[in-house]
Design a protein around this ligand. Structure first.
Ligand code: GRG
Length: 322
């Protein structure tokens, strides 16, 4: 995947992970490779579009969270990797749709041309629909997940995709419904558009780890807080980041009302940090002190802070309170 604007994007080491995290990422990449259709499967154009959207160099934040949370609470690794892949399929489908001219009308994604520019809008829409179906297939085919767990997982994932999740969040983002408080309106968009899939991610890990229902609810809340914080950082990066390093053209949200434009960058960053702190405290409250998970969450925050506050990152990274 080459691009004139981002020639070395795929060579950039996006994050230096702790060793255990690198291993998890490799497991996810290998499993995604095995789940992607062969290039020769007809219709070859659709198979190629699926490979393009699924295997392009994403950070795999959601997949990693699934596996690291499951590791933390004793979940089966293989089951967690399957669920991580199904979540990355949903995420990849949402990015392909998000970039379409009728939505964000983007040109670059993960350092390459957006899917619709390479394969056309028609194939990209079919590709997203297929990736969504493949995500549910991946859950139902997983050999390490019980039938009971599969029902819970499909419920979580379908909720995260639908009206109360990605689709509803995107609709609200494109056609903001007037409300009394812009901050609440924006956080509603964040919670549906980004938070819901993060929440499904951590909750799915709790399901494969056999955690009880109250603990599953806490894990859902942990993911929601992380997802909302992630979206605030994504908005901050849109203003302060570098297009080359992010692999997409930034400044796309400048005309939109975002948390950054409404409350300013400092308060937006503080708000994201407070959400992350709360999520870490909740994880610790459940006994989730697995070093790789905590190290990964710190590393992610450190990375975001470096992007938006270059030269200032050491001072700003808070340690989890457990
Ligand atoms: C029916 C699946 C489906 C979606 C329809 C288009 C749409 C509704 C929703 C789009 C939601 C969306 C794109 C939210 C943005 C979330 C976000 C912060 C994306 C960037 O995620 P990263 O940084 O991306 O994890 P990489 O490329 O690293 O995977």
């Amino acid at each position: 995947m080459s691009s004139a604007l981002y020639p070395e994007f795929s060579q950039i080491k996006r994050h230096t992970h702790p060793l255990g995290v690198d291993k998890c990422k490799q497991l996810i990449e290998e499993r995604l490779q095995s789940l992607a259709p062969e290039q020769s499967v007809k219709p070859v154009q659709l198979s190629a579009a699926i490979r393009y959207n699924l295997l392009s160099p994403g950070k795999r934040v959601r997949g990693l969270l699934t596996v690291l949370c499951a590791d933390c609470f004793g979940g089966n690794r293989e089951a967690a990797v399957d669920i991580a892949c199904s979540i990355e399929m949903i995420h990849g489908a949402s990015l392909a749709l998000d970039d379409l001219p009728a939505m964000d009308n983007a040109s670059k994604r993960r350092g390459s041309d957006c899917s619709y520019l390479v394969y056309g809008e028609d194939t990209t829409i079919l590709c997203a629909v297929t990736m969504l179906n493949n995500a549910y297939q991946c859950v139902s085919n997983s050999e390490m997940v019980s039938d009971h767990q599969k029902v819970a997982l499909v419920r979580l994932l379908s909720d995260a995709v639908g009206l109360m999740g990605l689709a509803g969040g995107q609709q609200l983002d494109l056609h903001r419904e007037p409300g009394s408080c812009p901050i609440e309106d924006i956080e509603l968009v964040h919670s549906r558009k980004t938070g819901a899939l993060f929440a499904a991610t951590t909750a799915a890990a709790s399901v494969v780890s056999g955690m009880d229902e109250p603990a599953q609810k806490v894990m859902y809340e942990v993911g929601m807080l992380l997802g909302i914080a992630f979206q605030i950082y994504d908005d901050l990066i849109d203003v302060f980041g570098c297009s080359h390093a992010e692999g997409k053209l930034l400044g796309a949200d400048l005309q939109k009302q975002t948390m950054v434009s409404v409350i300013g960058s400092k308060r937006a960053e503080d708000r994201a940090d407070a959400h992350i702190e709360r999520a870490l405290a909740m994880l610790c409250g459940l006994g989730g002190k697995q070093p790789d998970l905590l190290a990964y969450l710190q590393l992610l925050r450190d990375h975001f802070k470096k992007v938006i506050n270059p030269g200032n990152s050491q001072d700003t990274v808070a340690k989890p309170s457990c």
